[in-house]
Design a protein around this ligand. Structure first.
Ligand SMILES: [Zn+2]
Length: 263
């Protein structure tokens, strides 16, 4: 699932491609969402809030999309869009100015809201780790408000703080040697703060370099994420999967049972 860094990169790319020009095409293939409402409107800005994309137009409307598990936005010159791409079943949105097209593939959510009502769709989110108005004290207070919750589940809950997915949760937990199921209330505040700061640093590194990197090594960038069944880089123990959260929102993290012992 794309995390805060990937969504912010996507927002910047869409903004650079579409802002300042009217939409000549606004074809939304999502239920009864009517793309015609966006036709001819000029893009003011495309911004990311947590993992949500808000595409603001000068007619008072915002196109709200979410990438969920597999979504992505592709940008390319209008002349390069092929008939096969236009007909593809995975295409959920096709936006285009006179020169540039944006193709939304496998998006997990597409809706139009009034710009002044954006809070209805993103107002539930906690402070955004990559946002200009990041508020660490509020994020920590949100996290610590449910002391019985497993720390991994609390970090992944976008209502506490927005932007962390499984990469930027599992890597800081390994680096801080904390088991994903450790209760929030069993951790001192400074360790929770260290986890959040580590997650934020990794997101910022990813924004700078264009890909996540915890280890500092480009070829082997992850300590645990995506490495189930392989040896721990620190102790050699075979890394395992663990499930956190309740269905249908459960997530699978990779961890080292020796470096991150259950408390
Ligand atoms: Zn280990």
């Amino acid at each position: 699932m794309p995390e805060g860094d990937a969504v912010l990169r996507t927002a910047r790319r869409l903004d650079a491609s579409l802002a300042g020009a009217p939409l000549a095409v606004a074809d939304l293939r999502w239920g009864h969402v009517d793309g015609e409402r966006l036709h001819c409107a000029c893009t003011l800005a495309v911004v990311a809030v947590g993992k949500h994309l808000l595409h603001r137009l000068d007619n008072g409307l915002t196109l709200h999309t979410h990438l969920r598990m597999d979504g992505r936005w592709q940008t390319l010159p209008v002349s390069a869009v092929t008939p096969a791409q236009r007909r593809a079943p995975g295409l959920r949105a096709l936006l285009a100015t006179q020169t540039t097209a944006a193709l939304g593939w496998h998006l997990g959510l597409v809706e139009i809201v009034r710009t002044r009502d954006e809070a209805d769709v993103v107002g539930h989110l906690g402070p955004d780790l990559l946002g200009g108005d990041w508020n660490e004290a509020l994020a920590l207070s949100n996290l610590m408000s449910a002391p019985e919750r497993p720390i991994a589940e609390a970090l992944l809950d976008q209502r506490n703080l927005a932007g962390l997915g499984t990469i930027f949760t599992s890597e800081p937990l390994f680096m801080q040697q904390i088991h994903p199921w450790t209760r929030v209330g069993a951790l001192p505040a400074d360790r929770i703060r260290a986890l959040v700061r580590r997650g934020q640093e990794l997101l910022q590194v990813s924004m700078t370099y264009g890909h996540p990197c915890s280890t500092g090594h480009r070829r082997e960038p992850m300590y645990v994420f995506g490495r189930k069944g392989r040896p721990c880089r620190r102790c050699g123990t075979t890394l395992r999967h663990i499930t956190v959260g309740e269905p249908p929102r459960e997530r699978v993290l990779t961890y080292c049972s020796r470096c991150q012992p259950e408390a």
